[in-house]
Ligand binder design. Structure first.
Ligand code: FES
Length: 110
């Protein structure tokens, strides 16, 4: 099965240099608008499943967990500091006619 792009936000809803927490079905995601485009990750810390802070971006491309401060690369999902060591799931993003769309595997949209 191929991923399906889902409309998640207007382009203006996620200004450059910010992140937005969203839900697609039962999946919590965070969409980041960085200098070179949009990126989407699961919004669940791989250390203890806390939602990530979504309002602040560190070093131009990192998000921090509010519980124990693990940082994640918003472009790749890679865990960048302990106590998280496992990467977050990354989803493809595209912009179509002023709308941000995220590709989710069909089984995860539920
Ligand atoms: S729950 Fe995120 S670092 Fe512990």
């Amino acid at each position: 099965m191929t991923a399906e792009f889902i409309d998640v936000a207007a382009l203006d809803d996620i200004p450059m240099g910010t992140c937005k927490a969203l839900s697609v079905g039962s999946i919590r995601i965070v969409v980041a608008h960085l200098a070179d485009g949009f990126y989407a990750l699961e919004n669940r810390c791989s250390h203890a499943n806390s939602p990530l802070i979504t309002s602040k971006i560190y070093h131009g491309r990192q998000s921090a967990c509010p519980i124990h401060c693990a940082r994640f690369d918003l472009k790749t999902g890679e865990a960048k500091s302990p106590p998280a060591f496992t990467s977050l799931m990354k989803f493809p993003v595209r912009v179509v006619e002023g709308r941000v769309e995220v590709a989710m595997p069909p089984m995860q949209i539920g």
